[in-house]
Design a protein around this ligand. Structure first.
Ligand code: 26V
Length: 821
């Protein structure tokens, strides 16, 4: 069936070239004279997909036939980023593809740049899901990612006059060569209506849901290739459509336009990705999105089970492990119970045992405003049968709590799946927790705080269900692809092997003080900085000098992440240079990037603040010899791959206790940046691994933050006690950076002075002091290089391979299933 040299499966340049030529002719279908790089992109992508598809067939056959357990990762977001480059890497055909294209007169880099990235996620949570799919495939674990095929992903950000402007991300317009539409893999999903109690043929009382509306979900499959293995898993994304019969019924009554309208309404369900970091005011469509993809996915899983001859639904937890990526898919707990009890007619206790054994739940935030709840009335109207099921789960659950903690009424109220404060709500984190056999946080500190704050009552009831799984990131994309210079140096120095066993980077340690190696290390970093400087210049007009210290903060814009603390440091340096014309400092380029949720007023002002300070600083000859500030528009996976490798300093300065983990911090570390950071999220573990002498620590601890808040935090006291801080806030408020306008940045200053919920001012002095240590360390080039090398060398823990191996061992019980080559 497969020959060595074949236009669909061959891995040599000649076969790949023939694959491209075939697709240009049969799939693209344009006259040769009109072919442009984007056509070569599509043809090569299709040729690469063919090769993965071949592995996919072998992988499915192996895991199903041999009866292995499959991991199902349920996530409302998968921030996959560009696919072509990593797929070439995974298949080991980067050089062969470059040769094939060259023979056709095309340049691989130019062709790679044609890809429109699928931005189906907001930030860390969605990108984590993508890294985990990569590691699952690379570790040869059978897995399916289940999510939503949003027609519009995360908005494109433009910067105009320093303000964020949002543009729709029409990522599918040019077509998506990676997906395969599966119109035959399709499920019906109900909505609204009522539940009906009836007696079945065997005289048993049963309930059925009679939905008021029905949609249809269609699967679109994208192959997920493992690195240097035959395993190719799949990401199944569901797209919503109208149900044909509904449309027909309307057509028969002569109301053709009504039928078309229903089509339009149904399709809005998967139209657009919601920002997950904006408090949603009971958005019904978002609940429908969640239920829609969860229901399709569970029906698909049960269908696969049915197809496996002789496998009963009772075997579900032996054959599938379902992980809930935050609470977004947590309605799955009620939906699986409905499918098992109402449709498959299992008794409640048996169904519940299956459900709990099947699900695991990962929590990704402690911020109280971020914990999902749905207004009860809305939930009841939308999913009436599910609400009944949730009541029954709750009734039985509270009985269990009562038995364990007799007479503790307050505890019952705290733990209930139904919240009573400010109008009744369904608490999705409680539903996910009660319905799962394993609950995890995403960094050691985060898990600890989960166990002792947000989920403390649940931890006391079921301590054995809780555990930590510190996040990780894929070194294939964020090291090998993003940093080809470093990849080459690593291969030459410690040999290959580190890419699938990142702990082997430790073998760099003996070279940390070797002058020759240090020089090579600095050359790689300088090349990456020059590459980023070109990109920044092209997109902002700002010139950055690659010999300067590159100080970078890229992440979503949020008060708790404290981009404004970083700006206070910049304005302090500006102020010092202006005050003293003889002052000199080690020159620094400050680079920012990140999107603000469209409805987040202060975050948008923070973007304006960064750009306003940048404009002034970059154009003032008194200071622009020492300081430059650039805001990279539209931070996404594609430009992230240029940004992380160019950093000398990684800014991880969130208020302690607020950032669940962070993953950008890990990408910077792998690429040799030093971190200036608080004891928050995974920073704690980064510092432990790197060694405290290779990390710039500052700021209050999570405990101290809580203590300060309890004592009644008064930010103004910090201003009154620090004339330099007062001057800095004064400059921001008095129009220095805004052409005399004293109103634009007023809300930022006022918020800090009066409220400062994230203790920016309380940490300001410590942050400045830590930045002084950074400058002093930078002055010693050999010392800095040694610290940079140590950071990379000790980043092995933060590979998503380590994280996924832990999930497989501790939560999913899924081992490797090698697919024969
Ligand atoms: C949601 C909301 C909603 C209300 C307003 C404030 C707010 C802030 C953050 C969020 C994010 C919720 C979930 C999330 O994306 N968590 C991120 O997950 C990453 C992967 O585990 C982790 O590295 C980040 O620290 C965490 O913020």
């Amino acid at each position: 069936e497969q020959t060595r040299s074949h236009s669909r499966t061959g891995m040599d340049p000649d076969s790949i070239r023939r694959g491209i030529v075939d697709h240009l002719r049969y799939s693209i279908g344009r006259p040769a004279a009109t072919l442009r790089p984007e056509h070569y992109y599509r043809a090569l992508a299709l040729a690469v997909r063919d090769r993965m598809q071949d592995n996919r067939v072998a992988s499915t056959r192996t895991s199903l036939e041999l009866g292995h357990k499959v991991v199902c990762y349920f996530s409302a977001e998968f921030l996959m980023g560009p696919q072509l480059g990593v797929n070439l890497l995974d298949l080991g055909i980067e050089a062969a593809a470059a040769t094939a294209l060259a023979e056709l007169g095309q340049d691989l880099d130019e062709v790679l740049a044609c890809e429109e990235e699928p931005g189906l996620g907001n930030g860390g949570l969605g990108r984590l899901a993508a890294c985990y799919l990569d590691s699952l495939a690379t570790l040869e674990r059978p897995a399916i990612g289940y999510g939503i095929r949003y027609e519009y992903g995360i908005f494109d950000q433009e910067i105009r006059d320093g303000w964020q402007v949002e543009k729709t991300d029409n990522w599918l317009v040019a077509g998506n060569p990676w997906e395969i539409a599966k119109p035959d893999v399709s499920y019906r999903v109900g909505w609204r209506g009522y539940s009906e109690h009836y007696r079945d043929a065997g005289d048993v009382d049963r309930v059925r849901w009679v939905p008021g509306r029905v949609l249809r979900g269609v699967a679109y499959d994208t192959p997920v290739q493992g690195y240097d293995v035959r395993t190719c898993n799949v990401l199944t994304l569901w797209s919503a459509h109208a149900v044909d019969s509904f449309a027909l019924a309307a057509f028969n009554t002569g109301d053709y336009y009504k039928a078309v309208e229903d089509e339009v309404n149904s399709e809005t369900v998967t139209k657009v990705l919601y920002p997950n970091d904006e408090p949603e005011a009971g958005k019904r469509l978002r609940l429908l999105q969640q239920y829609f993809f969860v229901s399709c996915s569970l029906q698909h899983i049960l269908h696969i089970l049915d197809d496996l001859a002789g496998t009963s639904v009772r075997a579900l937890p032996e054959r599938f492990a379902v992980q809930l990526n935050d609470t977004h898919p947590s309605i799955a707990v009620a939906e699986l119970m409905r499918l098992l009890v109402d449709e498959r007619r299992l008794d409640w206790d048996e169904a519940w045992a299956i459900t709990v054994a099947t699900f695991g739940y990962t929590n990704h935030t402690l911020l109280p405003e971020a914990l999902e709840t749905w207004p009860l009335a809305m939930f009841d109207e939308s999913l009436p049968r599910h609400l009944e099921i949730i009541y029954e789960i709750n009734r039985r659950f509270l009985d269990e709590v009562r038995a364990a903690f007799p007479g503790d009424e307050a505890r019952l109220r705290r733990m209930s799946l139904i919240g009573e404060e400010g109008g009744k709500t369904v608490r999705m984190a409680h539903l996910a927790t009660v319905g799962s056999h394993a609950i995890n946080g995403v960094a050691a500190l985060h898990t600890e705080l989960l166990e002792h704050s947000v989920l403390a009552d649940f931890y006391q009831l079921w301590p054995e269900r809780f555990g930590n799984k510190t996040n990780g990131v894929t070194p294939r994309r964020f090291l090998a692809r993003a940093n080809p210079g470093l990849r080459e140096l690593l291969d030459a120095t410690i040999g290959p092997g580190w890419l699938t066993d990142l702990d082997r980077l430790r073998e760099l340690e003996p070279f940390a003080d070797d002058p020759t190696f240090q020089r090579q290390w600095r050359e790689v970093k300088r090349g990456n900085k020059a590459r980023l400087a070109r990109y920044v210049h092209e997109h902002t007009g700002i010139e950055l000098n690659p010999d300067w210290l590159f100080d970078i903060q890229v992440k979503r814009i949020h008060e708790y992440k404290r981009q404004h603390l970083n700006v206070l440091h910049i304005v302090t340096l500006y102020h010092r240079l202006k005050q003293d014309p003889d002052a000199t400092i080690a020159p620094r380029a400050f680079v920012f990037g990140g999107k603000a949720a469209p409805g987040y007023f202060l975050a948008k002002r923070i973007i304006k603040l960064i750009n306003a300070v940048g404009e002034r600083v970059n154009n003032d000859p008194d200071v622009n010899r020492f300081l430059r500030v650039a805001f990279v528009p539209n931070f996404n996976v594609q430009n992230a791959e240029l940004i992380y490798p160019a950093a000398d300093l990684s800014e991880q300065i969130s208020t302690a206790g607020k950032e669940a983990s962070g993953t950008g911090n890990m990408k910077f570390m792998m690429n040799g940046a030093l971190t200036i950071g608080t004891l928050d999220g995974a920073n704690v573990e980064i510092r432990d691994e790197a060694g405290p002498e290779n990390f710039f620590l500052f700021g209050r601890t999570a405990d101290e933050v809580e203590q300060i808040k309890r004592d009644g935090y008064r930010p103004a006291d910090y201003v009154d006690g620090n004339p330099e801080l007062a001057a800095v806030l004064g400059l921001i408020g008095d129009g220095t950076f805004t052409h005399g306008d004293t109103e634009v940045l007023r809300p930022v200053v006022d918020n800090l002075y009066r409220d400062d919920p994230f203790l920016v001012l309380a940490d300001y002095a410590a942050y400045l002091e830590a930045q002084e240590r950074v400058s002093a360390a930078w002055a010693d080039s050999a010392g800095w290089t040694r610290m940079s090398i140590y950071n990379s060398a000790r980043s092995g823990k933060f590979s998503s391979d380590r994280a996924i191996a832990e999930y497989c061992d501790d939560i999913w019980d899924v081992g490797p299933v090698p697919v024969p080559k």
